[in-house]
Design a binder for this molecule. Structure first.
Ligand SMILES: Cc1cc2nc3c(=O)[nH]c(=O)nc-3n(C[C@H](O)[C@H](O)[C@H](O)COP(=O)(O)OP(=O)(O)OC[C@H]3O[C@@H](n4cnc5c(N)ncnc54)[C@H](O)[C@@H]3O)c2cc1C
Length: 401
């Protein structure tokens, strides 16, 4: 039988860190994890933020910040904007190009995710969180009233509450038992372009409604580079790769050598999926929180990260198991209230878009009301759930279904 002091749980590592008990351990320093860590630390909790990479790290992402993302950032946060967007060109499988502008500008702000995420992690550290880079979490367990994370180097991190914000390939989501419905594959490259090409894209992005059901492609300009990608349901891998190749070729970008070129899955939770188990919560992509149609996930990560940080801080001071469960249930209710209707509306839009992409293209490029609705969504002034409650949207969706 092992005595408590023989247990690896209680044995400090060479630096004396193994036996430390944190209030909150956050796994993953993306937007969800950095936000959870910042919020929990700001409320007085002792927080460790565990990130497997060294920051700044690359993340496959368009880096498009809609209004809800900008609104969810900490007060005074200096967003490292690469480009502000006031025009969107739309094509339908490369044809029928039409550009729409917003007179007041600022439809989206585009960031480089490496810079953006690094700045969010710094904000967490400024709030008091301790950042450990190169810390890959490989195991999750709970013993009594503590959660125990095992790292790749066999060290253990012990905390009263854990936030799993380790992205779409999350290990913590497996521990929690998150179930995913929609799974998509995104292919994307960062392509450096000469100044003359960059100038053509200044202040304007492109959205192409794609040939694979439910797919779309994008060009997000970031000054001297363009982020070019496509996304479609996983399972249509060959068609998605062909779409990506054709998209890059017809944009005339095939001859430029990408700085990076990668694929990444996105996943949406099922409505009944758990979001916590015991003292372990999940947030952002790890929880499958993502807008199903646009696959916008940064605002979901920031918003769920804030709620998870608050819930984890409450769990850390919870006097008993019942209070832990209360904090966990409240977290789930808050996330479902805030993001559930949005995900449901996005799923309805995706289902209609899969069948009739041409209808969406024609509406947004020729109907002022449809363009205004899209622009207002980008600016964070309305939500898809609100838009779908309108009589016009009801009629349109009924007509095409
Ligand atoms: C091709 C593509 C384009 C996209 N474009 C946009 C866009 O323009 N706008 C938008 O809003 N959303 C976009 N998204 C979605 C967006 O990227 C995600 O929703 C968002 O990054 C989720 O943030 P997160 O903090 O939950 O996870 P991530 O940003 O994935 O962060 C997870 C972090 O956890 C770390 N980690 C992972 N495993 C471990 C481990 N075991 N131990 C420790 N650390 C770990 C990772 O290194 C990473 O830093 C896009 C997604 C894809 C695939």
């Amino acid at each position: 039988m092992t005595t408590p002091t023989d247990s690896p749980l209680d044995r400090p590592d060479a630096h004396g860190r193994g036996a430390e008990v944190w209030d909150v351990a956050v796994v993953g320093a993306g937007p969800a994890g950095a936000t959870a860590a910042r919020v929990a630390a700001a409320s007085g909790a002792r927080v460790v933020l565990l990130e497997k990479a060294a920051l700044p790290r690359y993340k496959t992402c368009g880096g498009g910040l809609i209004g809800f993302s900008r609104d969810a950032l900490p007060a005074g946060f200096d967003v490292p904007v690469r480009q502000r967007i006031d025009a969107i060109s739309f094509t339908h499988d490369g044809r029928k190009e039409r550009t729409r502008r917003d007179r007041n500008g600022d439809l989206l702000a585009l960031v480089n995710r490496a810079d953006f995420d690094h700045a969010l992690a710094k904000a967490a550290v400024e709030a008091g969180a301790v950042l450990r880079e190169g810390a890959t979490v490989t195991g999750t367990a709970e013993r009594g009233d503590l959660a125990v994370l095992t790292l790749a180097d066999d060290m253990q991190v012990i905390a009263r509450a854990v936030v799993g914000a380790d992205g779409s390939a999350s290990r913590i989501s497996r521990y929690v038992g998150v179930s995913f419905g929609q799974v998509d594959l995104g292919l994307e490259a960062e392509i450096p372009v000469p100044p003359a090409v960059a100038a053509q894209w200044s202040g304007r992005l492109l959205i192409d409604w794609g040939p694979v059901p439910g797919s779309y492609g994008w060009v997000f300009p970031k000054g001297d580079t363009l982020t070019v990608g496509v996304i479609a349901a996983r399972g249509a891998g060959n068609a998605t790769r062909a779409y990506y190749r054709d998209f890059v070729a017809r944009l005339g970008l095939s001859d430029y050598r990408p700085l990076s070129d990668s694929g990444h899955l996105t996943r949406c939770r099922t409505p009944d999926s758990p979001m916590a188990r015991g003292r372990v919560l999940v947030a952002g992509d790890a929880a499958g929180l993502l807008e199903p149609w646009t696959r916008e996930g940064i605002s979901y990560a920031l918003r769920s990260g804030r709620l998870a940080g608050e819930a984890a801080a409450r769990m850390a001071t919870a006097p008993d198991a019942k209070s832990v469960a209360t904090a966990s249930n409240r977290y789930r209710e808050q996330v479902e209230e805030l993001l559930g209707p949005e995900m449901a509306a996005g799923a309805r839009l995706l289902a209609a878009f899969e069948k009739h992409p041409g209808f969406f293209h024609t509406s947004v490029t020729t109907l002022p009301m449809a363009w205004r609705a899209f622009a207002e969504f980008c600016k964070g002034r309305t939500t898809f759930a609100t838009l779908l409650r309108s009589r016009a949207a009801h009629a349109a969706l009924r007509a095409i279904s």
